[in-house]
Design a binder for this molecule. Sequence first.
Ligand SMILES: Nc1ncnc2c1ncn2[C@@H]1O[C@H](COP(=O)(O)OP(=O)(O)OP(=O)(O)O)[C@@H](O)[C@H]1O
Length: 282
Amino acid sequence: MSYGPKEVLAGIDFTASRGEVLVLLGPNGAGKSTTIEILEGFRHRSAGHVRVLGVDPASGDERWRARIGVVLQSWRDHSKWHVRELLHHLGGYYAAYSTAERRRPWPVDQLLEVVGLAGQAGTRIVRLSGGQRRRLDVAIGIVGRPEMLFLDEPTVGFDPEARREFHDLVHRLTDVEETTVLLTTHDLDEAEKLADRILILAGGRIVAGGSADELAREVAGETEVRWTQDGRRFVHSATDATSFVRGLFQQHGEAIGGLEVRPSSLEETYMKLVREAEGSAR
Ligand SMILES: Nc1ncnc2c1ncn2[C@@H]1O[C@H](COP(=O)(O)OP(=O)(O)OP(=O)(O)O)[C@@H](O)[C@H]1O
């Protein structure tokens, strides 16, 4: 993908399977939104091959559009509408695309329960808090019971409880509805909790992909071992923590206390991969 002469995506290659949660992680400007917008059919790519639910998004018709759900980064309108009224109205567009396997739209009262807005059904949208507004964005994204859902930074402004509920909702969508989910986030903890697979984007390329564990293993030498000995605290980074700890006990035995063995966190793995990618791009 190029914007004028500037190439912003080069070498994005991935496939998602049904019911999978894929998380796109990457620094500001890495190309996450551009990638998602191309897949949603909102942006025309300059080159390359893309299929979403078997259709090229550049020529996706209304029938295809009814099968996907989109939650954009920010969405500010409909302020005078009431929550229930708006969802009922938007859901109406999907009725024509209801199938025996997938009844569309999602009944509004059920949907309000699912996104945690049952108490705000009669509230005007302008009166919602930031987090409630974001829940409504999610409700709008899934009212058509999408087979594929795109979420661009969905939990910005959520308190911890809302975040937890949102994670439960995503699991429900993938487990019960078999929805495939592609989401971007800057929250590594969220990525770790939600993702079946994390794709790390840096400088317009996917620099690594896998589960949080697989990514950590890819970045070798990062297990941190901490212990105390003779009242002093020690920290050591070991590639093979097990044999290091064995050696430590063989040498010092009972003198070792407060032992902690901590594998590299997703944050450390992420920072390392992004720095390497940025270094090699220079
Ligand atoms: N409409 C546009 N015209 C020109 N350049 C653009 C346009 N939109 C994005 N870009 C550039 O493309 C690159 C990728 O931007 P994009 O918004 O996809 O990144 P992102 O990973 O989503 O970033 P963020 O985490 O900040 O949302 C950036 O260098 C950005 O400046």
